[in-house]
Design a protein around this ligand. Structure first.
Ligand code: SIN
Length: 342
């Protein structure tokens, strides 16, 4: 009888002991952050991994997990897997994602100031874009969405945009009546209106199918995006126009960013700066490599503009600047133009 009681109570005592140990362990873990799960940080973007933005995000992950081991884990979601163009900024403000890097054309609902980057034929090359972004005016724009809860942490390059279509676009009249997919930007819409084309605002994730099914005739993008998304396989011609820039701003929400402990925030900022530097290096390399890969593929023919042809595009599209001058600010436009001169 005695024996059976002890057989019954023994496992209970062991369970009680285990529970006590587990409680002590969890108190210790909470106090010293010993066994606590690392905090998950999400970085969402809409492009492929083998792009400047894709590589930048992965470098950021590597650096954070190396420098703050066990404290943070960074999960990167490429290709609009988690959030796409239509919802990534709203998700950021809801803290459903902590970092995104939309193209500078996609912030229009949060600030009109960044529209400057969409003005056609504003920057002569990427060196001029970089000089402007690093200037006092360019750095001021990083704070242009603070009141909306979005904090700009740095610019990332992709490159200059080229037009593509299923016909050669040599002169502005060649674009007349054609439908072009554009990013959600009123400046880019005005740029296509200016040559009698029909701009259609659509998310990046839909572009390939729209082109493949001929629902639209053309689009504008960088060499890297055109290559990594295989747009060149469904567009017969690419015009080397270099008519505008497609760059990014890496952003977080004020709430998340300011909520980080100051010492951790400093580690995050340094890691981001280093990741951006790598992304910019890759952007410069990919611009040439992906351009050449497209030419070598022979799937799409390169249209080269003479100086006189290009001037016609400039003449047709540059009047767009005046339409947006009040929203952007003349001083900003002047500062960007000045960046063309070394
Ligand atoms: C991106 O590079 O993030 C996408 C650009 C686009 O929407 O065309």
């Amino acid at each position: 009888m005695k024996k059976s009681t002890s057989t019954f109570t023994q496992p209970l005592k062991s369970i009680a002991k285990l529970a006590k140990l587990a409680t002590i362990a969890s108190i210790l873990a909470a106090s010293f952050n010993v066994f606590a799960e690392p905090v998950e940080i999400k970085f969402s973007h809409v492009v492929a991994e083998n792009t400047p933005k894709g590589q930048m995000a992965l470098k950021f992950k590597e650096l954070i997990e190396q420098r703050l081991p066990g404290e943070y884990v960074v999960n990167v979601f490429p290709n609009s897997q988690l959030f796409g163009d239509n919802n990534e900024l709203a998700a950021l403000l809801l803290n459903d994602v902590q970092f995104v890097a939309p193209s500078l054309s996609k912030f229009e609902r949060y600030t009109k100031k960044l529209q400057i980057f969409d003005l056609p034929f504003l920057f002569e090359d990427m060196a001029a874009v970089d000089r402007f972004q690093q200037s006092e005016s360019g750095q001021k724009l990083l704070n242009s969405m603070n009141r909306k809860g979005v904090v700009g942490l740095g610019y990332l390059h992709n490159g200059m945009k080229q037009f593509s279509a299923n016909d050669p676009l040599t002169l502005p009249k060649d674009a007349n009546g054609k439908k072009f997919r554009i990013m959600a930007s009123d400046v880019i819409a005005a740029q296509f209106d200016a040559v009698g084309a029909i701009p259609v605002k659509k998310p990046f994730s839909e572009v390939f199918t729209l082109l493949q099914t001929r629902a639209i005739d053309g689009q504008e993008n960088t060499w890297s995006n055109t290559y990594s998304m295989k747009f060149y396989e469904v567009q017969s011609h690419i015009t080397e126009s270099n008519h505008g820039v497609l760059d990014y701003m890496v952003v977080s929400s004020n709430t998340f960013w300011k909520g980080l402990p100051a010492d951790k925030r400093a580690v995050f900022k340094t890691a981001l700066d280093e990741a951006i530097a790598l992304g910019n290096k890759i952007a410069a390399e990919k611009d040439n490599e992906d351009r050449q890969a497209i030419i070598d593929s022979k799937r799409s023919q390169l249209v080269t503009l003479t100086q006189a042809d290009r001037q016609q595009w400039v003449n047709a599209m540059k009047p767009v600047w005046a339409k947006f001058e009040d929203q952007i600010g003349k001083d900003m436009i002047d500062a960007a133009v000045a960046a063309n001169t070394k």
